[in-house]
Design a protein. Structure first.
Length: 117
């Protein structure tokens, strides 16, 4: 079992920045690909960004490409999402996800991000 705890959400102005963190329990963090998803009010949960276990590969949704950066520190069992040039449409609850090839799949509780115009 892996427990994920997100932090770093809050209120930002359009054009501003926030950095989200997600810290995982356990000793097998590097065996998990990590991802961020987000869910806006009344909408489905959407993919934002993902990073491979050793951090060598990343992928982004088109809507955040060039503005958001995902990274990880396996020594700290933590994945980050640096969000720059924020837009009001980035307002959502952001969820951390851990996934492994053996179908293990875990979610955090989410952290709220609100971007004001």
């Amino acid at each position: 079992q892996v427990h994920l705890v997100e932090s770093g959400g809050g209120l930002a102005q359009a054009g501003g920045s926030l950095r989200l963190s997600c810290t995982a329990s356990g000793r097998t963090f590097s065996s998990f690909a990590m991802a961020w998803f987000r869910q806006a009010p009344g909408k489905e949960r959407d993919f934002v960004a993902a990073i491979s276990g050793l951090g060598g590969s990343t992928v982004y949704a088109d809507s955040v490409k060039g503005r958001f950066t995902i990274s990880r520190d396996n020594a700290k069992n933590t994945v980050y999402l640096q969000m720059n040039s924020l837009k009001p449409e980035d307002t959502a609850i952001y969820y951390c996800n851990a996934r492994r090839d053996d179908a293990a799949n875990y979610w955090g509780q989410g952290t709220q991000v609100i971007v004001s115009s």
